[in-house]
Write a protein that binds this ligand. Sequence first.
Ligand code: FAD
Ligand code: MLT
Ligand code: ZN
Length: 476
Amino acid sequence: MNEVFLSVLRSIVGVANVLTHEDPGSDLGAWENDWRGLAQGRALAVVRPASTQQVADVVKACGAHGISLVPQGGNTGLVVGSTPDASGRQVVLSLRGMNKVRRFDAANATITVEAGCVLQAVQEACEREGFLFPLSLGAEGSCTIGGNLGTNAGGTQVIRFGNARDLCLGLEVVTADGGVWTDLSGLRKDNTGYDLRNLFIGSEGTLGVITAATLKIFPLPVATLTSFVAAPSVHAAVDLLKLAAARLGPALTGFELMNQQALALVAARYPQQRVPFHEVSPYCVLLEASDHESEAHGRALLEQLMETAFERELVTDAVIAESLAQSRALWHVRESITLAQAEEGAHLKHDISLPISAIPLFVDEIDRVLQQQFAGIRIVNFGHLGDGNLHYNIQAGVTDKDGGELSRVQARITRTVYDSVASFGGTFSAEHGIGSLKLGELQDYKPAAAVRLMRKLKDVLDPGNVLNPGRVLPLG
Ligand code: FAD
Ligand code: MLT
Ligand code: ZN
């Protein structure tokens, strides 16, 4: 039976684009194991289509043979959603080979790309034409537009440009029955019924396979200024955010928080990277301003902002990058935290979002409760404060690299964090999604009526459970 199915797949995408464990010297680990190393899956095959028609034919073949598939882009997702389960019965549908820019429309300020385009390649293609595609995140060198839209990724520019969803004007999607729905017209207004596009965005490959997208692009700013500041507390950082938003308006394009523990990890693992201050501060903020007038104008605004911030004791130290290289180095410190945590060893991720106004009290309370209950706990708190999105992560102790001790208390820690988040009106998944890692939390914290509606949608759009079953929603 497998052989018949595999030969159908080979007839669709070509022999070289169906990889199996039976191939001599095969190693499918890059497609089977998730980025965090939390799950080792086993695939029946990895299939690499080159066109939308091939995706449609593969989906149809899977449906006809009762085999499910997992859409995969760069496999950088953080919630175990893009790798197969351990059954050896699922197909990984890798979209990475579909990586063409189909159309660049300067007058409409849009770019239409295939789903397998790497995010950084799209940013660079836009930059060559004098435009900005503002989605930006640490994994941009390997994550793909299909994965970005599949997870509704956030990243570091959401404060000004929104999530991946806000940057998308159109999609091409292969549905679970192997049909193709196309709307790549790039209209900014289109009230012709239900919003199908936004149903597929963020559905983590469970409702359809995204094969192409039309994305919004923006004029490149004349100057981008980066500032790294030391803040005495989260309260001060939130007040600085308010001040920066008032002074800079839409020029405020990044506002990232990092606690001392997060920066200490980066410093310990990558000694060549420098936090630009002598004194250790409880928090640092990376603030980015983008100016459409001139470098001098942007710098003056930023300097005035810092002057007021010092007067109000919101910051205790500050630098403004003098060059592109310096600015990149400061961003690199921020973007290295995820990797530093991974290299340091076992850790828990809590990708939470709260009303920004609630964040200072939340952090005070949760820090205190965890420190009381779990002596010596290492809290690595960083993230996109400008969006109310914290990565309130917990690192295993220095003598517990493989997380043996952490694993005994992790359920209690996570429950304590998410209960507190819920009591402050927040959510347990801000930007990473549900995957298979947060299925329990979905049941525990999402209103039952919402989960029932989600289940109904899944049943209607994918009655055969062909697309990424057991992700976002538990198996029925
Ligand atoms: P994958 O990991 O391959 O897939 C992710 C999900 O999307 C899976 O459920 C998969 O089935 C589905 N999917 C993939 N392609 C398609 C498709 N074509 N059609 C339908 N569904 C599809 N995320 C953030 O939001 N913000 C951050 O700041 C951020 N920083 C990160 C930093 C690092 C160092 C790393 C490793 C990850 C980070 N992430 C972040 C998480 C991750 O990079 C994003 O979720 C990214 O959007 C995933 O893209 P991908 O191509 O790797 O998708
Ligand atoms: C980031 O913003 O760097 C990632 O989304 C956070 C994480 O790794 O927890
Ligand atoms: Zn993030």
